[in-house]
Ligand binder design. Sequence first.
Ligand code: NAG
Ligand code: NAG
Ligand code: NAG
Ligand code: NAG
Ligand code: NAG
Ligand code: NAG
Length: 735
Amino acid sequence: MMLAFSMATADLLLLVVIVAAASYSFTSVHAGAACAPKERDALLAFKQGITSDPGGLLASWQPEDEHDCCQWEGVQCSNLTGHVLELHLRGGDLTGEISRSLLSLQHLEYVDVSMNNLQGPTGQVPEFLGSFNNLRYLNLSYIPFSGRVPPQLGNLSKLHYLDLSNTGWPQPMYSTDLSWLTHLPLLQYLNMESVNLGMVTDWPYVVNMLPSLRVLILDDCSLASANQSLPRLNLTNLEELDLAFNSFQHPVASCWFWNLTSLVHLSLEDTALYGQLPSTLGDMVSLQVLDLSDNSNNLSMTTTNLKNLCNLTVLDLDASLSYGNITELIERLPQCSSNKLQELHLQSNYLVGFLPSIMGHLTSIVTLDLSRNNITGPLPAFIGHFAHLRTLDLSFNHLTGHVPSKIGHFAHLRTLDLSDNHLTGHVPSEIGMLANLTTLDLSGNDLDGSITEEHLDGLRSLEYIDLSNNQLKIVVGSKWLPTFRLQEAYFASCQVGPLFPAWLKWQVDILQLDISNTGIIDRLPDWFCNTFSKTKSLEISNNQISDGLPTNMDIMSLEELFLSSNNLTGQIPPLPRNLNVLDISRNSLSGPLPSNFAAPNLVSITLYSNYISGQIPTSICELSLYALDLTNNLFEGELPQCLNMSGMAYLLLSNNSFSGNFPPFLQSCTSLLFLDLSWNRFSGALPMWIGSFSSLWFLRLNHNMFYGHIPNSITSLTNLCHLNLAANWISGSRI
Ligand SMILES: *[C@@H]1O[C@H](CO)[C@@H](O)[C@H](O)[C@H]1NC(C)=O
Ligand SMILES: *[C@@H]1O[C@H](CO)[C@@H](O)[C@H](O)[C@H]1NC(C)=O
Ligand SMILES: *[C@@H]1O[C@H](CO)[C@@H](O)[C@H](O)[C@H]1NC(C)=O
Ligand SMILES: *[C@@H]1O[C@H](CO)[C@@H](O)[C@H](O)[C@H]1NC(C)=O
Ligand SMILES: *[C@@H]1O[C@H](CO)[C@@H](O)[C@H](O)[C@H]1NC(C)=O
Ligand SMILES: *[C@@H]1O[C@H](CO)[C@@H](O)[C@H](O)[C@H]1NC(C)=O
């Protein structure tokens, strides 16, 4: 009985073992095999090489036995063998190195460690990466590697994707010989953005030996030329070629790639190519994106027609063409029954003429940028056909006539920029139908009439508005509540007053506001500092703002404050702490400057033509000023000797009652351009070192009590254009 029992127990134990083994193999096939201990150890050793993992990407990588490394984040194994096949560690913000221990993962097919700081102590791409014989995908982009790209990568004969793109910062990687690439016959994708290939003159021959290549990105690679003549082009699969930001400096027509009719995407932005585009460009019928921008207006299209490029969706010719007639150019663009062109960029091309009606065929257009040309005439009716338009930029041309009321039909419009033209008449109220408009710029035209609540109420998405420099009047009720929340608003020279616009009270997101010269005859409202507490720049000059400045301005984030030519009175209060530029000239401010007046970042202080009195507080010495203009005030006493003059270019103190000697601290001030001490009570002799202001243009010391001789050194002021020493006691000029 005893024996039988133990026999049964043994059987049972055996059975348990068999069942366990069966269920183990069951899980391996259906839910991923457990990884081999050797591979798990390799991953743990890789983790050892990581010194910082702020996002916790490797938190699941734990050494305890019960953890199956195939379940770890970013690790993928073979369901059948349990071998680690893929590492997905993109953008983990990991710092450290790519450990050699990974060499144990000999089955790896896919490695993406991009966007990490894994450059390690050497800063170089590890040579051992060339030993992963099974790798199909290797992404090392945006790891700040420097040094040579290891030719050992040429051993990765199964590679399909190789991404070595970089920022070139702090130092670029480089390669002087790309022949290792020719051992990668399966390569479909190669990206070496910002790797210095300046010494590789045969790069087109090398890439031409990669017949599988579909994407080739070599922008910003310091490539020296692209005019090699290849006997035969093998790149019949190439779809994307990006050579932007290389300085080729040869005729565009001599480039080697114009026969690649398979190209879908071609970028030659900023490549210093010039001359006529070849007629073969017109045969590249697969092209969807063509970027020829920023070629210093040295390209021309006189014999090139893009008429048959029916797949073209993006054409970027910004600052690339050397002068042309807008009609002739548009006639060369695709003219297909279903026109797919969505983006047309023609900024800064010196184009002349009227907008031709043939443009009406661009029915798919989403972005149209014709800014900074010499286009004349009215806005034609055909623009009403552009049902999908989101961005219309016609700024800086010579357009005339009215803003058409049809503009209200562009329901998708987000950006409308008609600034700096000669448009006249009223702004149609239909503009208020543009519920998705975020940017509206009509500045610098001759528009007149009123902008009313009817114009503005519908502009619910508006963030940026510029109506400045027209003859427009903003007419809204005193209780009007805008539907938009502006970030930037420019109304310079519009009629906005006489009251300070009450609706601005709700624009608490505003960063930049210009209401200069807008006819405001009012005080600053009591909500001023709270509403504009996030604002960076306020321009309110040339109005009739009266009474004092708010005393709680120090709660504001302002960096620039312009209030010149108003009727402000009272004392200057403590200023916003971030202020850089302050201009409150031409007001009636009085009293002394408060002792804590100087915000630490101030570089420019313009207070001329007020009634400010007393001495300059010594707190000003903590500033690194570029310009200080206190002209026409009631200041007195000596200048603080501690004044920091090292970067000062403008020191204008005329017409006060400053006294003391020629300020000795000026000796350190070699960058001075304008120095005006006239009409004060300065006295003493002029120092010999006055000749050391080598950049000085303008020197006025007249109407003081200086005495003695004019120092000979004054003849060293070779840049001087204006000199006035009159009405002092300076005798016997020895010039
Ligand atoms: C492996 O298993 C996972 C999860 O069960 C599954 O998503 C994947 O498709 C499988 N892969 C293969 C190659 O069978
Ligand atoms: C490589 O990774 C970057 C992101 O880090 C990604 O943008 C890029 O598309 C990847 N390259 C390839 C070939 O997938
Ligand atoms: C890889 O290539 C280099 C030369 O490019 C060669 O010296 C090396 O033996 C090759 N094999 C491995 C495993 O790195
Ligand atoms: C490119 O095309 C032109 C004209 O179609 C032809 O004369 C030239 O031989 C071709 N070049 C190459 C390298 O295929
Ligand atoms: C474009 O207009 C500017 C200013 O009106 C003028 O100076 C320039 O000569 C014009 N250029 C062409 C090509 O017409
Ligand atoms: C306006 O914008 C919203 C949100 O982006 C979008 O859903 C809507 O389709 C847009 N309307 C038009 C007419 O483009």
